[in-house]
Design a protein. Structure first.
Length: 347
């Protein structure tokens, strides 16, 4: 309480007035509020959150809804690790995190989990909006019940989310095109590959594809760019499709894979002894790093998925526990990983 007393003394107001400002309650003039906030900043005052939370005796429930880790990709292991790190830091404040997972190849599993969440008493939600229409239906209900939600990894523009934490998808694809441009001549053919069963719903892959093409268009490059959607994601199906594509397009100089499944393409390259095609894809995963080390993958675009999970939970904590504002968007850095620098990268 001594900190609050000192703030009240300096501001020449009552302790109750300082308490209203700290807890973002009404009844304080803007001038007085700004003066108190300035003193709080000057003193670097941190309210006793633990005591306040224990006194309230109210348990806060956060729900996370993200894809399950699968045999096809371990990408979601990293955000989950970040979520668990945040959980270990804030659980002492009476916060419980319920974890819900869906199959990213099956939107019905996403819908099933949203229904489970809505039947529970949840105070905030961390969501990977992999399926657009289903995510919009879910968040519409969240808005109705005034449940704050945070998007990670991919965003749905113009939605009333508390915030978005993840990559700038447009700049991510644009950067990949810029890298590709250095490696191919003006006549080099480029292949964009999307690998996903639910392609029509995976808007973040399509946004990367569009921004990749936009780079070449904006910079008046006339390279032929073709694209292929591979909807059967097991390795044999991917390999069969790649063999077909590269038989038809024998002059391809670069391949851009819009997600973490670039390792499937790399495996095909290694087995077919293909060494003349530039290969760019996403994410700092063990299988991708192995092909990067061998020189099969040339560049990996990485955007700190573990930090996304951590910051997503902390945004809910900041809003619901600290009662402080949250930035509407927090874009992750777009990191370029090569076999020369991968050892020094921290996910």
């Amino acid at each position: 309480m001594s900190g609050v007393k000192e703030i009240a003394r300096r501001a020449n107001v009552s302790i109750a007035t300082v308490d209203r400002v700290i807890h973002n309650r009404s009844g304080v003039s803007e001038k007085t509020k700004n003066n108190i906030l300035a003193i709080i900043k000057d003193l670097d005052y941190q309210p006793n959150i633990l005591a306040r939370r224990l006194a309230s005796k109210k348990l806060l429930h956060f729900a996370i809804l993200i894809p399950a880790i699968s045999q096809e990709t371990e990408f979601w292991k990293a955000p989950l690790s970040g979520i668990e790190q945040a959980e270990s830091e804030i659980k002492q404040y009476g916060i419980k995190i319920e974890k819900y997972f869906f199959d990213q190849n099956d939107k019905s599993t996403f819908v099933k989990q949203t229904k489970k969440i809505l039947k529970s008493e949840v105070d905030g939600i961390l969501l990977a909006p992999s399926f657009i229409e289903e995510s919009l239906e879910f968040t519409k209900v969240c808005q109705y019940f005034k449940i704050p939600y945070v998007f990670i990894n991919s965003d749905i523009p113009n939605q009333d989310s508390l915030c978005y934490i993840g990559p700038d998808l447009f700049q991510s694809g644009y950067l990949s095109a810029h890298l590709t441009n250095y490696a191919v001549d003006k006549n080099g053919k480029i292949l964009i590959i999307n690998i996903s069963r639910e392609m029509d719903n995976y808007h973040h892959l399509l946004r990367k594809e569009e921004s990749f093409k936009a780079y070449f268009r904006d910079n008046h490059k006339n390279n032929e760019i073709i694209k292929a959607d591979i909807r059967q994601t097991d390795y044999q199906s991917v390999a069969t499709k790649l063999k077909e594509l590269l038989t038809i397009h024998q002059d391809v100089k670069a391949i851009f894979v819009t997600n973490s499944r670039v390792s499937s393409v790399a495996r095909f390259f290694e087995e077919a002894e293909i060494k003349h095609i530039l290969l760019i894809g996403y994410d700092f995963l063990n299988e991708n790093i192995e092909y990067l080390k061998k020189g099969v993958i040339d560049f990996l675009i990485c955007q700190k998925p573990q930090e996304q999970g951590y910051k997503g939970i902390m945004a809910l904590y900041q809003n619901l526990v600290l009662n402080t504002a949250v930035d509407k968007a927090y874009f992750m850095p777009i990191d370029i990983i090569t076999r020369e620098n991968y050892k020094f990268y921290r996910n």
